[in-house]
Design a protein around this ligand. Structure first.
Ligand SMILES: [Zn+2]
Length: 213
């Protein structure tokens, strides 16, 4: 069997540990279906798992992850759109109450876009995908001047979160639910090294850290 040993070991630990505590909950969720209240749009980055960061139990978070936690704008063009499908299901079927865009420090996708890294393949899927954050770059302006590269990238990662939140409002159903207060949207930023979590204050546009006990 070439199934990764790391996953076999991890599953064994889960089955002996957490599953023992959660078995009833899993059965209940199987019978009654999932009813998560919160949807998270996060990055594929292996260091930024929403279930880990938010200490989530099964059935609590409805999660979509893609390169650089991007929500593309509403595009009813007859093509397949994964994030839009998840939003449609989350809001339309599961009646999600909160949508959180979770960005993070040291995001490889944001960095590749800002530094115009050469494509990894002729398809340049990342390049095309990352162009969705062009409005965020336009808002910040180019990298340079006295600002350090690290600081610029952090600001760009945060502007990218705001850009995803702006794109949410291009979905007619969502815009209606948000206006009525039935769905609330949030931006959050995870500092990979520090473990700090900051939340977007929509009034000021700044990210303020959540105080830890
Ligand atoms: Zn990332």
């Amino acid at each position: 069997m070439d199934f990764p040993q790391r996953l076999i070991d991890g599953y064994s630990a889960f089955a002996d540990g957490r599953l023992q505590k959660e078995q009833d909950r899993y059965r209940e969720l199987a019978e009654e279906g999932q009813q998560p209240q919160i949807m998270v749009i996060g990055c594929c980055d292996s260091r930024v798992s929403p279930e880990v960061i938010f200490d989530a139990r099964p059935g609590e978070l409805f999660v979509v992850r893609n390169v650089a936690n991007i929500i593309p704008p509403y595009s009813p063009d007859g093509q397949a759109h994964g994030v839009s499908a998840a939003l449609e299901f989350g809001v339309g079927a599961l009646r999600i109450k909160h949508i959180v865009v979770l960005g993070h420090a040291h995001c490889g996708g944001v960095k590749a876009y800002a530094q115009e890294t050469a494509p990894l393949s002729p398809g340049d899927f990342i390049g095309k995908w990352m162009q969705l954050m062009a409005p965020a770059v336009r808002k910040l302006g180019p990298m340079g001047g006295a600002e350090s590269r690290e600081n610029y990238l952090a600001r760009l990662e945060q502007a990218n979160i705001s850009n995803s939140l702006d794109n949410l409002m291009t979905f007619p159903l969502l815009a209606k639910l948000i206006d009525k207060g039935k769905v609330t949207t949030h931006g959050a930023y995870f500092g990979v090294a520090s473990g700090d979590l900051s939340v977007l204050d929509r009034a000021t546009g700044d990210f303020a850290p959540i105080k830890r006990k």
